[in-house]
Design a protein. Structure first.
Length: 569
């Protein structure tokens, strides 16, 4: 082992990753601490894990591969059984000309290569990948022990389909019969339970030309899971349509439904959407965990100064407060948090939503129903006759809703709502475009806030991180700016499914409308002029707020750059 380490250290020096002097010094420390020299060099950040991977590959004349950037087909993964892949820590890449190309973290492990040669009865072509890359790929393509149990459920369903009459399985009659079979019910339930346990916000079941793809959206990122066989597409979709109260025989038009189920002691709702596509019906289920909603402003990601400012704004007696951002940026959750903060027995709060996602105690929540003509505007007119102090509107979509909301804010009501714009000042332009008079916007608006979601660093595998020059450039930072900072990144572990991230938080752009800003709104100045005025008042941009959270070790540079790619410095 020592000889192999020495040879690897020589390679690291030859490749310019470190110097002989540093190696000699580290060797003394390693002997004293009883650890490997290479491990200590990595721990001390003298070299990176990727440098070690390159040196190992150079040692054996092998190519380095980045598994995270590859999409390996299921038939290739099937070449190496799950038990073998887990035991020997290898990932198959492709098969050609009687050879199987595999990725392995330690190319010097000749016993593993020899065993694979005999087990696969094939020559092995070697590639080298980092240990975290191998671990993530094993989880992605082979899953956990529980996922292998799912394969057993797949087999059970297929077997029963075969016994009944596989040829008729796709017909409407056959589907309805199969949708009541116990293995199929277990399979559908397992898909939902797995999504909940992995903290997914959405479940996507997508029919493609040759396969039936299953994906979960976890912390805002789509992740592909072990998918059911294509033959189970029709019965799985039928089962979900039955549960969601949809018309099972209707395949031509979109349908919406709702499933309520219990996982352990938790009651969760799933908002189900069914959409006809070229290769069958696509199902998307939005998971709403009523008990899991975090309603504290701190949990949302507000730093102490922004939290104090925002708490003061939402305690105002009247006016309108708008939260803006694209779909999926956490606007509704922020509004619920505001209502929870100001919900007191001496205040009457009414919301109008489409749909009501979470039930809040002590608040009157109204759901619109377009089928009977009960839209946002009609609901707003009705609830204002209920003498509320505070009104929350799920979304301002048209002139009528915007006009009623603004008039309500001018007549002694505090109004919360959301709007789809890219930044905070852009909300003014959006309201004027809808048809609201500029003087009404100027008179009623108290605060405009834009937000995005970034992934938090996993607390179990968090570690100090030295940002690359490219990341610093993207954030507009210099090395000197990191002197008193705590930049960190997750290494990847079982707790975060080897992503290095667990959970999400917001980054915010808060524009408090003062008298000068009101005059600019009244004068219909362009958004860039209004934005410049907001910056003069001290408004931080989304990127600037994100940078604060990077320097505080709450998220990573990569996340902030991704979430604010269109943000102006």
């Amino acid at each position: 082992m020592a000889e192999k380490d020495d040879y690897l250290l020589d390679l690291l020096v030859d490749l310019g990753f470190t110097s002989a002097e540093v190696v000699d010094k580290t060797r003394e420390e390693a002997v004293a601490a009883g650890v490997g020299v290479v491990d200590l060099l990595v721990a001390n950040k003298v070299i990176r894990p990727g440098d070690v991977t390159q040196a190992k590959a150079a040692q054996f004349g092998a190519e380095v591969v980045q598994l995270s950037g590859l999409k390996i087909d299921d038939d290739v993964i099937a070449i190496i059984p799950r038990e073998v892949a887990k035991k020997y820590r290898v990932i198959p890449l492709f098969k050609a000309e009687g050879k199987v190309a595999v990725a392995i973290a330690d190319p010097s492990d000749l016993n593993t290569l020899d065993s694979l040669h005999h087990l696969l009865n094939s020559d092995i072509e070697l590639r080298v990948a980092s240990e975290p890359d191998i671990e993530a790929a094993l989880t992605k393509y082979y899953g956990s022990e529980k996922k292998s149990m799912d394969a057993g459920i797949f087999k059970d369903v297929i077997q029963e389909l075969n016994e009944d009459n596989a040829e008729n399985a796709a017909s409407d009659v056959g589907v309805e019969l199969e949708a009541n079979d116990a293995p199929l019910i277990r399979l559908v339930n397992q898909i939902i339970v797995d999504a909940f346990k992995l903290r997914a916000s959405d479940i996507h079941l997508e029919p493609l030309a040759k396969r039936f793809r299953l994906r979960y959206r976890i912390d805002g990122v789509m992740q592909e899971m072990k998918s059911p066989p294509k033959r189970l597409q029709a019965p799985v979709i039928a089962r979900l349509k039955i549960q969601a109260g949809m018309v099972i025989s209707e395949h031509r038009v979109p349908q919406d439904g709702r499933i309520q189920t219990k996982i352990g002691t938790k009651l969760i709702d799933l908002r189900v959407s069914c959409l006809p596509t070229n290769h069958g019906e696509s199902i998307v289920m939005r998971i709403l965990d009523k008990e899991g909603l975090k309603l504290g402003l701190t949990e949302l990601g507000f730093l102490s100064d922004d939290r104090a400012l925002f708490e003061r704004l939402i305690a105002l007696p009247d006016g309108i407060l708008l939260v803006t951002g694209p779909t999926g940026s956490g606007k509704t959750t922020t509004l619920y948090s505001c209502l929870n903060f100001i919900n007191r027995p001496d205040r009457k709060i009414i919301t109008v939503e489409d749909p009501v996602e979470y039930v809040l105690a002590g608040i009157n929540q109204v759901q619109v129903n377009d089928i009977v003509g009960f839209n946002f505007a009609m609901a707003l007119r009705a609830i204002l006759r209920q003498a509320p102090n505070i009104v929350m509107i799920g979304e301002i979509r048209d002139m009528e809703t915007a006009s009623i909301a603004i008039n309500a804010s001018l007549t002694g009501h505090l109004v919360f709502s959301t709007l789809h714009t890219n930044d905070a000042p852009g909300a003014v332009t959006r309201l004027v475009d809808i048809g609201v008079k500029p003087f009404l916007v100027a008179s009623s608006t108290r605060c405009l806030m834009a937000q995005r979601l970034v992934r938090k660093i996993c607390k179990k595998c968090i570690a100090p991180y030295d940002p690359t020059d490219l990341e610093l450039s993207g954030l507009g930072l210099k090395r000197d700016d990191l002197k008193n900072a705590t930049v960190q990144k997750g290494r990847g572990c079982a707790n975060c499914n080897n992503t290095g991230h667990r959970g999400r938080m917001g980054i915010f752009e808060i524009f408090v409308v003062d008298d000068d800003a009101r005059k600019l709104i009244y004068d219909r100045v362009p958004t860039n002029v209004l934005r410049a005025r907001a910056r003069e008042m001290g408004m931080r941009t989304l990127r600037e707020d994100g940078i604060r959270k990077v320097l505080a070790g709450m998220t990573t540079p990569e996340e902030v750059i991704r979430a604010t790619v269109g943000d102006e410095a």
